[in-house]
Write a protein that binds this ligand. Structure first.
Ligand SMILES: [Zn+2]
Length: 107
């Protein structure tokens, strides 16, 4: 059982608004425990971060206060995505350079 922060009446834990005064009771009291219980490493966030590092970074920055474990998943995914794309672009540059030097040597 929690209490309405505005009028002080009892409100059931699942309630979103107070039945007495109608104000929002989306849990100053319950917020901390809810945030903690819903926080867990999330593979979906990691995958999003991997393919869209910028979105992963934004997710990390916006979620790190409330759900640090989810934020960390997005952050790690973004980091992995950045590393992989950097390595791929280096490989691509090396292949491209050797292709062109071979091409110009041929001429
Ligand atoms: Zn109330």
């Amino acid at each position: 059982m929690k209490f309405c922060s505005k009028c002080g009446n009892k409100v059931i834990d699942e309630a979103v608004v107070c039945v007495s005064c109608g104000c929002s009771v989306t849990g100053v009291i319950n917020q901390a425990t809810q945030a903690k219980s819903s926080d867990a490493p999330n593979i979906g966030f990691a995958v999003i971060g991997f393919f869209f590092p910028l979105i992963g970074l934004i997710l990390y920055l916006t979620l790190k206060e409330e759900t640090p474990l989810k934020a960390k998943s997005a952050g790690n995914g973004a980091l992995a995505g950045v590393i992989v794309s950097t390595v791929l672009s280096i490989i691509y540059a090396v292949v491209f350079a050797s292709f062109f030097s071979a091409f110009f040597n041929f001429l």
